[in-house]
Design a protein around this ligand. Structure first.
Ligand SMILES: [Zn+2]
Length: 80
């Protein structure tokens, strides 16, 4: 009688493990590729260089790649 119970326990355990393994296999093994962050590009008013909006200098509704070009633009406007 004990042997039948033992076989039943082993059988149930086997079915549980089999079900667990088949369930785990359904999960995607490869993670989806990371999405590239969409960064807005802006154009430097002086040299037309495209730079990230987050890295660009902003002044008078214009974007600049560097402080040098910002000063150049402001200086040119004042000179006129
Ligand atoms: Zn520039």
């Amino acid at each position: 009688m004990r042997l039948i119970i033992l076989v039943a326990i082993v059988f149930v355990a086997y079915m549980l493990i089999k079900g667990f393994l088949s369930g785990a296999r359904k999960k995607p093994s490869v993670a989806p590729p990371l999405h590239h962050r969409h960064e807005t590009m802006v154009r430097c008013e002086v040299c037309d260089l495209h730079i990230l909006k987050t890295e660009a200098l902003y002044s008078n509704d214009k974007y600049f790649c560097s402080n040098k070009h910002l000063k150049e633009y402001i200086g040119a406007r004042h000179a006129k």
